[in-house]
Write a protein that binds this ligand. Sequence first.
Ligand code: KG4
Ligand code: ZN
Length: 337
Amino acid sequence: MTILGIETSCDECSAALVEDGTTILANVIRSQIPVHAPYDGVVPELASRMHTEWIQDVVACAFKEGRTEIGAIDGIAVTVEPGLIGSLLVGLSYAKGLSLASGKPLAGINHIKAHLYAPRLEQEVAYPYLGLLVSGGHTILALVEDFDTMNVIGTTIDDACGEAFDKVAKHFGFGYPGGTAIEKLAEQGNEKAFSFPMPSLHKGEHRYDFSYSGLKTAVINQLDQFWNRDFEKNDCNIAASFQKAAIQMLLGRVKRAVRDFGISRIVAGGGVAANSSLRRGLLALKNVQVVLPSKVLCTDNAAMIAGIGYHYLKSGNASPLSLTVRSRVPGFRKIYP
Ligand code: KG4
Ligand code: ZN
C-alpha cells in the first residue's frame, strides 16, 4: 500500500509517499525558516498563508520524486492534531479535497504519535518501548505499546524543552530556530561556566515530569547569579551551560523511567531529538536499546505521517470527511503507576 502523507502542523510544509509504512519513496520538506527568522519565532498567520501558497506544489513534487500519481496510491494521511489551527486546516482541507476527488480513503493523524513512529521508517523496532518526544510544543515521556497506544507517564508542567531553546536563543539573539543555533554555539562553549538550577520534581505524581520555565528564567534574567566566574560570560558558554541543563533534565527522567518500569528499549523523536548532546547521552545509557531517527526524521516531516497512516488505513480505520483539527490533545492524560 502506498500512502500520501501531508504535514502542515507548524512551519514545515511537507508531503511524502511511503510504501507499507516503512519504505520512503519521497519526502519533500519545504521549510518556512526564512519567512519566520526575522521575527525570531513562528508567526502563525504567516505560517498558514505560506502553507496555502505552497501545498499544491509540495504535493506535486512528492508525486514527481516518488514517480507515482494519485491514481496509484491507496490512501491519504494528514496531520490533524496538535498544532497551529490555521496551518493544520490548510493541510486537512487540501487532503480532504484530494480524497473527495480521487476516492482515496483519508486518515487523520496525531503528530506526536507520528514522531514516535518515525524510526520505523529506517529500521525495524519492536514494541513496546519508552518514547521520549521532545519538540517545540511538547515534552512527553510515554510507554508506547503500538502505533496507536501511548500511555503518557510524564510531561512538562510549564514550557516545552524546544520552546526553552527557542526562547533563550531569541532573548540573546542567537538566531532562529533556537535549537540548532544553541547547539552550534555550545560546541565552542564550556558547560561549566554557569550552574543553572534544576527543578526538584523527584517524588510523587511529578517524578517523570519536566519543567523548563525556571531554567529559562534563570538563563534569561538571573544569569550572574549562576555564573562561575572562573569562566568568561559569553554566548558560547551560556549556550553550552543551558544545553547541558536542558538535556540533563531529559536524561534524568528517562533513567528514572527505565529503572522503574524495567524498560529495555527507548525511542526518541521530535526536533530536539536531533540534538547531538541528547543523542550521545541516550546512546550512552546502559542495558537498553536506544533507537534514534536520523536527524531529518526528527524534525517535522510528512514521511512519518504517511508511515503511521498506513497502519490506520490497513486496519480499516479511515476517517470521515467531517474530520477536523485540534490545537491540543486532551486525550494525552498521564497514568500514575
Ligand atoms: O518536532 P519539531 O520540528 O516541531 C514541533 O513539532 O514542534 O521541533 C521543533 C523544535 C524547535 O523548538 C527547535 O528549536 C528544536 O525542535 N530543535 C532543536 C534542535 N533542532 C531542532 N533543539 C535542540 N537541538 C537541536 N539540534
Ligand atoms: Zn513535530
